[in-house]
Every structure is written in structure tokens, then in C-alpha cells.
Design a binder for this molecule. Structure first.
Ligand SMILES: CC(C)(COP(=O)(O)OP(=O)(O)OC[C@H]1O[C@@H](n2cnc3c(N)ncnc32)[C@H](O)[C@@H]1OP(=O)(O)O)[C@@H](O)C(=O)NCCC(=O)NCCS
Length: 329
């Protein structure tokens, strides 16, 4: 028997600095028309000064704690889906645990890139279902802009920074807010999106050559083709796990990587465009933060009515992919 879970609250934060497409045109040879036509993105937020994945994460978590009124001492675990941290360790999760003084929580990061929120939700769900934890803070936080090649026009225009936080906890009323999650990975496509860190061998060993490019490298066309082939089958498997059809779904929130991809997926999975929610126009691709940011924003502005059954789909470096069906109450 598994223990049902409740999704409680969802908050996000983005840095203040906004870069419009006209700003991007000051950095690389590009223009608003190209970016809007090919991606749908109009602007994105990026960190500056001392801001990073940790400061963004703390802001999102503090908002969540204020809004839910949850006692930090009752948080058993903090999972941060973070793929572009300032430093690989200490983890972003441990930094946040310290900042909010969640003294009873274990804390760790997971790397599943833009699929990270759904991967983290499944880890949280499994820990609650097994009785190991009662309340888990699921976070996503990335300052991807710090790792972009700002001379590569085909990648730097796509991404934005942000963090999102939610509580996954043991359900007291028997209702389960997570109906199904399906996760996949295809490491054979690992070079489609990658980020290398500078490193060295022990001076007594054969020297190692660092890769020339220590920024995010992306084969955009390969990613595009991969997603078009992969996500419809991920959606199909997620619906099958939930014993549902696409007609049972109230809203579809796909990963916010490219509005053209979202439109093509909408057609492929045969869902009405009216049920598809996006905010990529304002934020670009915020990695694992994209999906929870759409949820939080659209609930707040009334575009996402609750209660509703929501289909989520994601893909990211790895390559990883994921689907989920959740109930937002
Ligand atoms: C990156 C992406 C927008 C590029 O769009 P595209 O239609 O495939 O464009 P192409 O790569 O074929 O490039 C077409 C031309 O536009 C140019 N171009 C690329 N970026 C440009 C930009 N920002 N502004 C102007 N021109 C640009 C290219 O250099 C190329 O010029 P050329 O024909 O003279 O060689 C698109 O492939 C994409 O979104 N892929 C998925 C990426 C993704 O989702 N990544 C995140 C994964 S989590």
C-alpha cells in the first residue's frame, strides 16, 4: 500500500534584471523578429551581482513558507533540482536548508536538467509513500545565464534564470494529488546538451586537456527532433499509467523551451490549444523551474482554474524526459 501525497503551495522567483530581444541584439547578431518567430520568447530574466541559484532558491522558498505558514521544523527533506549551480558542492539544497534553518531536513540536489522538477517530485512522492518522510520541500533553482556562451546566438537567446518551490506532503484526507509520473533517460544522446567544468589530473598522471568550450553546448536541431519524437510517447505512457485519455486532461503544461515546439506537441498529442498553458514569452527556458513557474503564475492570474487534472511533460540534458499527471486543488 502506498501513502497518498498532497501538493501544497507553489511559488517562484526570478531576478529583477530583464533582457528583451532588443537587448540580446546588442550582444549577438540577432533580432526580435527572428527570436519571436523561431522561439516565441520576448524577454528573459538573468541574475546579476551576487545573485545565483542559491539566492533565487531562498527567495522562492521564503515566499512559499510565508504563504503556507508551514513550520520549517516539520520539513523532513529538501530536494533541489539544480543543473547549473555555482558550485557542485555544498549542494544548493544544503545552502537553502541552512538559510531557512530547516534543521530537521536532509538535503541534496539532483541533476536531471529541465526534467528535474518531475524527477524530484517522483523522489519526493516515493519517500512519502514509503513512510520515510512526511513533508518534502521540492525546489528547482538554476542560474543558467552564468554558464551560457554569450557569443553563441543559437543558445544564449533561449534561457532565463529562476527558481520555484513547492511542498509535497503526506495527504491527510486520502486524496492523492499525483496520479502518475513516468520518467525516461537516454544517455546515448548525452552530447545534445552539455556543460563541462574545468578540471585537471593529478600532476603525477598523464595531463588532461580541458575542453575548449566550458559553456553550455547545445545541438538545437537534434534537440528539436528528439523532443518531437520522444514527448508524444512519454505522454502516451503517462496517460496509460493513469488509466486516462487525453480527453480527461484539463490543462497541458509542457516544458517551456520553445513556443514552436509547444505548438507542434499540442497538435501531435491531440489536445485543444485552449488547454495548453505557457509563459515562455516572458521568461525563456528556465530549466526545471519552467513548469512550476507556469503553474504558480497561472493559478494566481486565474488562467488555471482548480480543481483540475494537469498533464505535465518535460525534457532536458542527459537526455532526460518525463511526464506527470497531477491534480491541482
Ligand atoms: C535553437 C533553435 C531555436 C534554432 O532554430 P532553427 O530553426 O533550428 O534554426 P537553425 O539552427 O536551423 O538556424 C537557422 C539560421 O538561423 C541562425 N540563427 C541561429 N540563432 C539565431 C539567432 N538568435 N538570431 C538570428 N539568427 C540565428 C543560424 O545561424 C542559421 O543561419 P544560417 O542558415 O546562415 O546557418 C531551435 O533549433 C530549437 O529551439 N531547438 C531546441 C532547443 C532546446 O529546446 N533546447 C533546450 C533543451 S532543454
Amino acid at each position: 500500500m502506498t501513502i497518498p501525497v498532497k501538493i501544497r503551495g507553489m511559488e517562484f522567483s526570478v531576478p529583477k534584471l530583464t533582457l528583451t530581444n532588443d537587448d540580446m541584439a546588442k550582444l549577438v547578431e540577432t533580432n526580435d523578429e527572428w527570436i519571436v518567430q523561431r522561439t516565441g520568447i520576448k524577454e528573459r530574466h538573468v541574475v546579476s551581482g551576487e545573485e545565483d541559484a542559491v539566492t533565487l532558491g531562498i527567495e522562492a522558498v521564503k515566499k512559499l513558507i510565508n504563504n503556507t505558514g508551514i513550520d520549517v521544523n516539520t520539513i523532513d527533506m529538501i530536494i533541489s533540482a539544480t543543473s547549473a549551480p555555482q558550485r557542485p558542492y555544498p549542494s544548493v539544497a544544503c545552502e537553502i536548508q541552512s538559510a531557512i534553518e530547516a534543521v530537521n531536513a536532509s538535503a541534496f540536489d539532483i541533476v536531471a536538467a529541465c526534467s528535474g522538477f518531475l524527477y524530484a517530485m517522483q523522489i519526493a512522492r516515493a519517500n512519502i509513500a514509503s513512510g520515510f518522510a512526511n513533508r518534502i520541500l521540492v525546489l528547482s533553482s538554476d542560474a543558467t545565464s552564468k554558464f551560457l556562451d554569450w557569443t553563441d546566438r543559437s543558445s544564449c537567446v533561449l534561457f532565463g534564470d529562476g527558481a520555484a518551490a513547492t511542498f509535497i506532503e503526506k495527504s491527510d484526507d486520502g486524496n492523492d494529488d499525483i496520479i502518475a509520473i513516468h520518467l525516461e533517460a537516454e544517455g546515448k544522446n548525452k552530447e545534445f546538451i552539455s556543460l563541462s567544468l574545468p578540471n585537471q589530473n593529478c600532476p603525477l598522471a598523464i595531463p588532461h586537456q580541458n575542453p575548449e568550450n566550458l559553456h553550455i553546448k547545445m545541438a538545437g536541431k537534434d534537440v528539436y527532433k528528439y523532443v518531437m519524437q520522444k514527448i508524444p510517447s512519454v505522454v502516451e505512457k503517462t496517460l496509460a499509467k493513469a488509466n486516462m485519455t487525453i480527453d480527461d486532461i484539463d490543462y497541458f503544461i509542457p516544458h517551456q523551451a520553445n513556443l514552436r515546439m509547444i505548438e507542434a506537441l499540442t497538435t501531435r498529442i491531440k489536445i485543444s490549444p485552449k488547454k495548453v498553458l505557457h509563459n515562455i514569452e516572458k521568461y525563456g527556458n528556465m530549466s526545471a523551474t519552467s513548469i512550476p513557474c507556469v503553474i504558480a503564475e497561472k493559478i494566481k492570474n486565474g488562467e488555471l482554474k482548480t480543481p483540475s487534472k494537469v498533464l505535465l511533460s518535460a525534457f532536458g540534458a542527459g537526455m532526460t524526459s518525463a511526464g506527470a499527471i497531477i491534480i491541482l486543488r
